[in-house]
Write a protein that binds this ligand. Structure first.
Ligand code: AR6
Length: 179
């Protein structure tokens, strides 16, 4: 399933994000930047120690990464040039600025990818695992933020949302159809 916006395309893919061959892979990290489970664990395992080494340097120079912010590192052994680490909000009912912070993750990651000259980028569904964001609400925010970026910027040509499992894929598909 895909949707064209200007000269760019949003693609929905069901699979494992570490297998994507794109310029940038986005990681659903935590503020420590020291790795974790879910996508974060999978990216560090597949990408090797070079990613954590650079995360440590960033941590030492800038401190923790705030929720809604993003930062790029090498992609190590992954078939990408960069991993863009972003920290999604923990879902606490939706009234603690979660929607705005989740939108910021997509927006900031896309701005970094643009600055780095990336032509394509793969996102996981940020915050919808350990951080508990309801998939339907997260899908609306993810896809509308990406669409807005593509309406305003023409430098990134392909944005892939890589969904883990059929349920997530179906929710994103329905949301993209309604966009
Ligand atoms: N490829 C694509 N999607 C995946 C993969 C994968 N390999 N693995 C999981 N998902 P999560 P969060 C989906 O928990 O909610 C970590 O410990 C998963 O099904 O990875 O932002 C970090 O260190 C879910 O839909 O990220 C943080 O502490 C989505 O990716 C914390 O989890 C996000 O799930 C961040 O939690």
């Amino acid at each position: 399933m895909e949707k064209k916006i200007n000269n760019s395309i949003i693609k929905l893919i069901q699979g494992n994000i570490t297998k994507e061959e794109v310029d940038a892979i986005v990681n659903a990290a935590n503020s420590s930047l020291m790795g974790g489970g879910g996508v974060d664990g999978a990216i560090h395992r597949a990408g090797g120690p070079a990613i954590l080494a650079e995360c440590k340097e960033i941590r030492n120079s800038q401190g923790k990464l705030s929720t809604g912010q993003a930062v790029a590192t090498t992609a190590g052994n992954l078939k990408a040039k960069y991993v863009i680490h972003t920290v999604g909000p923990v879902y606490k009912g939706g009234h603690k600025r979660e929607p705005e912070l989740l939108a910021s993750c997509y927006q900031k990651s896309l701005m970094i990818a643009k600055e780095k000259g990336c032509k394509n980028i793969a996102f996981p569904s940020i915050s919808t695992g350990v951080y508990g964001y309801p998939m339907d609400k997260a899908a609306k925010i993810a896809l509308s933020t990406i669409a807005k970026f593509l309406e305003e910027n023409s430098s990134i040509f392909e944005i892939r949302m890589v969904l883990f499992g059929e349920e997530a894929f179906n929710v994103f598909q329905k949301t993209l159809q309604e966009l």
